[in-house]
Design a binder for this molecule. Structure first.
Ligand SMILES: Nc1ncnc2c1ncn2[C@@H]1O[C@H](COP(=O)(O)OP(=O)(O)OP(=O)(O)O)[C@@H](O)[C@H]1O
Ligand SMILES: O=P(O)(O)OC[C@H]1O[C@H](OP(=O)(O)OP(=O)(O)O)[C@H](O)[C@@H]1O
Ligand SMILES: [Mg+2]
Length: 285
């Protein structure tokens, strides 16, 4: 049987969470830190540890079948490749910023100015879309310093917390893209390896669904069960078990983690007690 070749960033922002999600889908990888390639012990998978910036070309050439990569880099270097799963980590934006005292408030105000960036294709795409002419300075890192050293009037780079912009006296004027880590595939992947990829995707979907939801257990008097069931959003049919205490039941359900805190007060007001909220490792549909 063949092996699915998957590229993961060797070191940097995506590495740890990429390895973590592979572990959570039950794949054990002997991970010698200096290895550039490692095989999984219990799944037909080979991991290639590569520079993030090199991964799009490896995908296009079919050197690897799949990769975990930032969506922003796909837009920059391989917009023809498909995203097959959004993985929910390394969330960031690609934004334009100018010095705090600058007058520009959008891309339209950058006509004739100099923009420093590591993402020239992305910037050019949006400049063209807006009919703006600007001069790009392509630099590979520490882009935010460019206006301070007189190299550029504006920058385009990744923004997450915004602290790098703040520290360099810059303000964001426009978000061009939103990004997160994604699983993407090579157009040259074989049919055999696509089957392995489908197995991996099935596991990833179960883990991601689990991360998005919480298992909730609560106790309530029997006459309140109907009201409580109605409060819990998106619930098909909760499990209801009688408690040893006469007239009381235990209600078990799954709830989206974003919804839980919104309904907690209502649950309590309707007589729910002893509410437990537990993480879910896997949710297989
Ligand atoms: N501050 C951040 N917060 C969240 N995600 C980020 C942040 N910076 C980068 N990312 C995401 O992580 C990806 C990898 O970024 P990182 O800085 O680790 O690597 P790189 O310098 O782009 O690549 P290479 O591996 O080629 O050196 C980016 O493409 C982006 O999707
Ligand atoms: O909004 P923030 O939370 O400050 O994050 C944004 C910064 O993070 C990234 O740099 P990184 O730390 O990856 O360094 P690099 O330039 O060496 O890649 C990015 O290039 C920004 O500079
Ligand atoms: Mg970086």
């Amino acid at each position: 049987m063949g092996k699915l070749k998957i590229a993961v960033q060797k070191s940097g922002r995506l590495h740890d969470d990429s390895m973590k999600i592979l572990k959570e889908v039950g794949i054990s990888i002997d991970n010698g830190k200096d290895q550039l390639k490692a095989s999984a012990r219990n799944f037909p998978l080979e991991v290639f540890y590569l520079r993030n910036g090199d991964i799009p070309q490896y995908l296009k050439d079919g050197v690897v079948d799949a990769a975990i990569i930032g969506e922003n880099l796909l837009f920059e270097k391989a917009s023809d490749l498909n995203v097959v799963e959004r993985l929910g980590f390394s969330k960031c934006k690609v934004s334009l910023a100018v010095p705090k005292s600058g007058k520009a408030t959008s891309i339209k105000d950058l006509e004739g100015l100099r923009i420093a960036t590591s993402y020239p294709n992305t910037v050019n795409h949006f400049l063209e879309l807006n009919g703006v002419n600007a001069k790009l300075h392509i630099i590979n890192g520490s882009v935010e310093i460019a206006p301070n050293i007189g190299l550029a009037d504006a920058i385009c780079d990744i923004v997450s917390s915004g602290s790098t912009l703040f520290k360099n006296g810059l303000k964001e004027i426009q978000t061009l893209l939103k990004s997160e880590a994604v699983l993407t595939i090579s157009p040259k992947i074989s049919t055999e390896n696509r089957d392995i990829l489908d197995k991996l995707r099935f596991r990833l979907q179960s883990v991601l669904r689990g991360r998005q939801n919480k298992y909730v257990l609560l106790n309530a008097p029997n006459d309140k069960l109907e009201a409580i069931t109605e409060i819990l959003p998106g619930m098909n049919s909760p499990t209801i078990l009688p408690l040893a205490k006469e007239g009381w039941s235990s209600l078990h359900s799954v709830i989206n983690k974003n919804d839980f805190w919104n309904v907690i007060d209502e649950l309590k007001a309707n007589g729910a007690e002893g509410i437990l909220v537990c993480p879910i490792e896997n949710m297989v549909l």
